[in-house]
Design a protein around this ligand. Structure first.
Ligand SMILES: C[S@@+](CC[C@H](N)C(=O)[O-])C[C@H]1O[C@@H](n2cnc3c(N)ncnc32)[C@H](O)[C@@H]1O
Length: 191
């Protein structure tokens, strides 16, 4: 692992510590899926949020992340399976999951179109996609994305309607709503 990748890994791991049991419960209620559903958390890092989600629900949660250090840290979490891999080439067979989650991860993906196609492939018909992002039209979000670019991270952020359109193109229809400040959620269903 390069020193830049190691720094990013450490920064992401630290940021993930902000997630609490309430955040896990909030994500579970937004997914609105039956008990026993299988959820994929793409770019789920060290699995802190996935762990809270698993604790707050009767879902089985899989984290997919390309960062081997994060996957190693996430592996012992109860109710969570951590898998090393890329969002653009997911190591799962078709129609594996009932829900796919991207939290603070979508704007970091190098090949977003590939990740969206892969999401449609691994999601069952009727399955739910939940994306939590920040709107780059807001100054605070813009400054964060500028900083992330300055430190060498890949950033491609989208306004809510633009993101919804990207998912619609692969048959995932949904709506966006603002949560807190410039943060928004896209919730879509695979038709
Ligand atoms: C800002 S962190 C968010 C982590 C977690 N979702 C959270 O909110 O705590 C972004 C994560 O996306 C992962 N990531 C970036 N590009 C990826 C890709 N192409 N495939 C899988 N994971 C990726 C990074 O390794 C990192 O763990």
């Amino acid at each position: 692992m390069s020193s830049h990748a190691a720094r990013s890994s450490a920064r992401f791991a630290k940021a993930s510590e902000r997630w609490t049991a309430d955040d896990g419960a909030a994500i579970a209620s937004e997914l609105r899926l039956p008990a026993g559903s299988s959820i994929l958390d793409v770019g789920g890092g060290t699995g802190v949020l996935a762990g809270h989600l698993a604790a707050a629900s009767a879902y089985s949660v899989t984290v997919l992340d390309r960062d081997s250090l994060a996957v190693e840290k996430g592996s012992p979490r109860v109710g969570v399976t951590s898998v090393l891999g890329d969002a653009g080439a997911m190591p799962f067979v078709d129609a594996t999951f009932d829900g796919v989650l991207f939290v603070d991860a979508f704007h970091h993906l190098g090949d977003q179109q590939a990740a969206i196609r892969e999401t449609a492939r691994v999601l069952r018909h009727g399955g739910v996609v939940l994306v939590a992002e920040r709107d780059p039209g807001y100054l605070a979000a813009k400054l964060t994305f500028c900083y992330e670019r300055m430190i060498g991270e890949s950033v491609s952020a989208h306004a809510p309607q633009e993101l919804a359109q990207m998912f619609r193109a692969v048959g995932i229809e949904g709506a966006t709503r603002y949560s807190v400040g410039d943060s928004y959620r896209f919730r879509g269903v695979r038709t």
